[in-house]
Design a protein around this ligand. Sequence first.
Ligand SMILES: *Cc1c(COP(=O)(O)O)cnc(C)c1O
Length: 378
Amino acid sequence: MDDLRSAAPATRVVHGGAAPATPGAPYLAGPVFAAPYHAPGDPAASPFTYGRFHNPTWQAYEEALALLEGGPCLLFPSGMAATSAVLATLVPPGGTVVMLAGSYYTTRVLATQAFAGGWLQAQGVTVRMLPPDGAKATTLLEGASLLWLESPTNPELAVCDIAALAAQAHAAGARVVVDNTTATPLLQQPLALGADVAVVSDTKAMTGHGDLLLGHVAVRDAALLEPLRTWRTRVGAIAGPMEAWLAHRSLATLDVRLQRQCDSAEALAEWLAAHPAVRGVRYPGLASHPQHALAARQMRRFGGVISFELPNAEAVARCFGVMRMVREATSFGGVHTSAERRARWGGDAVGEGFVRLSVGVEAVEDIRGDLARGLGAV
Ligand SMILES: *Cc1c(COP(=O)(O)O)cnc(C)c1O
């Protein structure tokens, strides 16, 4: 493909980052395993020198990601490695971060209490929590250096207005980061909506097979890439070549996986909302979702995650106890349908019977059948 930039996302995920069509070469170059590379004389004369600095397998995947995000990307060994790199490089000592209250639990912990005494706090950084509805954003953003958003949030699936909040943040002189893990760049484009940085845990739907952890950062202004790259090189938070290659291989099916997951999730959300054992179904694609209209404007489709409530922890245990296909597991976005009672971890502002359901790519009637069996035991 000559001009992938004008191709549809479904095409970009298949061809992005591929090597030129060389006779005898595979479609996707295999993983390159190297700590040192051959590098005689002047290091600048070798494209690769040492494995902590660069790796052609990362580069190929980063190239494919950049084509989806609309800005250059850097790969990290997990979503949290990507998150911590952004917080470490974009918040100056003494700066202020405004963080959406429903952001991913570990991100909130990292920002407010990581390491003894607080990592950011030790740098004099203040963290202010932004209510989920964005109320008082203007006041909270006064003097801030960074606004951290997540939409839809995991696991509550709250949707915030990225473009409007980004405009407010920019007016206050703050940069804007969006954790785009639940949507992926195929369903939502933070950089196009006005964010400066997108962070994604590639562990989830991006790669979708439940067999690796990775994360990436995309930036609108290429100048932001260098401090992130320096952080990655110095801290040594680098991805393994095997994981990077597996991710790139899995990326080709992202569009078809998401199509199926979104189709099934839309149908299942309606079905769950009408089920007598279930309350409080949350799915951005449901007309009853408080930010449905906003989600419809801001997202291409609504994703594969649904949350709902059963009366209590015992009810969830009875439901999970009889399901045969839906796995009880954390994480989401994969080809296998899974569900989890989130309150078993603590940390999220959810009730004891709150369930996060991640819709996989199995036939929707089989997923519905297994859920019906589970809910029948409630
Ligand atoms: C899982 C997740 C992360 C962290 O990603 P890891 O790959 O587990 O480090 C960050 N943000 C969101 C929204 C997530 O769901």
